[in-house]
Write a protein that binds this ligand. Sequence first.
Ligand SMILES: Nc1ncnc2[nH]cnc12
Ligand SMILES: [Zn+2]
Length: 351
Amino acid sequence: MCKTALHEFLHGLPKCEHHLHVEGSLSPALLFQLAKTNKITLPVSGDSSFASISSLQARYERFTSLDDFLHYYYIGMSVLLTAGDFESLAYEYFSHAHRDGVHHAEIFFDPQAHTSRGIAYTTVVAGLSAAQRRAEADFGLTSKLILCFLRHLPASEANTTYAEASRLGHFSDGTVAGIGLDSSEVDFPPELFTEVYTSAKDAGIRRTAHAGEEGDTSYIEKALDICNVERIDHGIRMVEDETLLKRVAKNKMLVTVCPLSNVQLKCVTTVAELPIRRFLDEGIRFSINSDDPAYFGGYILDNYCAVQESFELSVAEWKYIAAGAIEGSWCDQARKETLLRKVDEYVAKYA
Ligand SMILES: Nc1ncnc2[nH]cnc12
Ligand SMILES: [Zn+2]
């Protein structure tokens, strides 16, 4: 198949996205619009990046590390105030994901980044849930929310956020599907959050964590051994430890890879450096995701195409990736079977 035909194939291939920070889908256009509506003054002194949409976009092309990006990410989300703002944000993401061929999305949100600014947890969740309902009604796109704890903040604050979501019944009624761990990785290892992860495990709540993005393999090991995660976000550094790689493959644990993010944040120099071929050879189950698409120059389809350009995968290998992404999702079995059937029918047309 020629390059154009393969991109067309990737466009129509039924996709699941599992690694998407909804706050990272805040486009510069929506950021400036909400800043104006909500009368938020963006910090222009000392950093002219916020002077205009184009200067901000230009700055996004020069991130030097995860922390350099996070600086802009946290300022950006300060324009989100009302449930309507969160709904607009998430609906804009779902619309783009639908256009890219996403059928099921499991999206991260960072409640502490909002409650610390005086925005109620319930405001955030009300807006995101409304967008989820609209996306399912309008596009048939199903979705889940994953509540992330910010690892640069004290673990006691993660416990407080977890307690609020639990008290509201958000884990038991399905409003929130699971927990995650994000923000600055190095110096904030997963074991700092043992207490909240143990409570979640005891309560039967799904668990994932960012590990092995900038941090070494010990972050992945600790996430597995101490936090009992069922999924690993990024995890690209697991190839540095053969035993770990085999363990993740054997347990059919989903690894959520984010190619363009890893390049933009200088975790790798090029997409070709990512362990995609190694993951396929070892039988690792993984999905391909956009992480923070408004900041990293591409949504999910751009990430699929970037992988294709570097690795020239076959239709059979893409079918393996699409099926693995469905099997590693946290939706119910009936939904998984529907999606697996869609992949089978779609790929059959290209056989
Ligand atoms: N790539 C990433 N790593 C850690 N925390 C994040 N928050 C948003 N994007 C992130
Ligand atoms: Zn991430």
